[in-house]
Design a protein around this ligand. Sequence first.
Ligand code: PNS
Length: 166
Amino acid sequence: MKIAVYPGSFDPPTNGHTEIVFRSSKIFSKIIISITDNHNKKPTFTVEERKKMLEESIKHLPNVKVDIFSGLLVDYVKSKKASIVIRGLRAVSDFEYEFQLALMNRKFSKDIETVFFIPDEKYTYLSSSLIREIASLGGNVEDMVPKPVFKKIKEKYPKQKCLQKK
Ligand code: PNS
């Protein structure tokens, strides 16, 4: 049984994230989407809000669960008896950071492999930070995030309501 952890901030989750989850759920026996509870960052959505949004967005995938973690990723991965870390690679610009992250994690644990998934090209321009910026300025992000995430965004940014499609 191959258990894989898909870690990230998911602040908020995007269609790009859920597509990576879908692709990886066809390959690994179990996927744990793991939201970092890193107190150094000031997130827009609380970890509980992000967990709920993700759970609602992936509920049709029986081998996917959502969890929250703090501390080092490698320690968390081992505690879940997992051996794979999933990351998405959208463009060359992601590569440098992902390369550094994967090699640093390998330095701490030789038994954990990082596996990269490339999202559909229509999601390559999506990022959580752009979604937050666009939503806060009243731009419509309905097509860019799963339905449960859009619902939460509308609560957080009331300006979204006027821009909603019918
Ligand atoms: O969505 P993000 O912000 O790109 O995800 C980054 C994340 C959560 C995968 C990374 O910051 C992480 O693994 N944090 C946990 C703490 C840790 O292990 N840091 C060292 C990584 S080499």
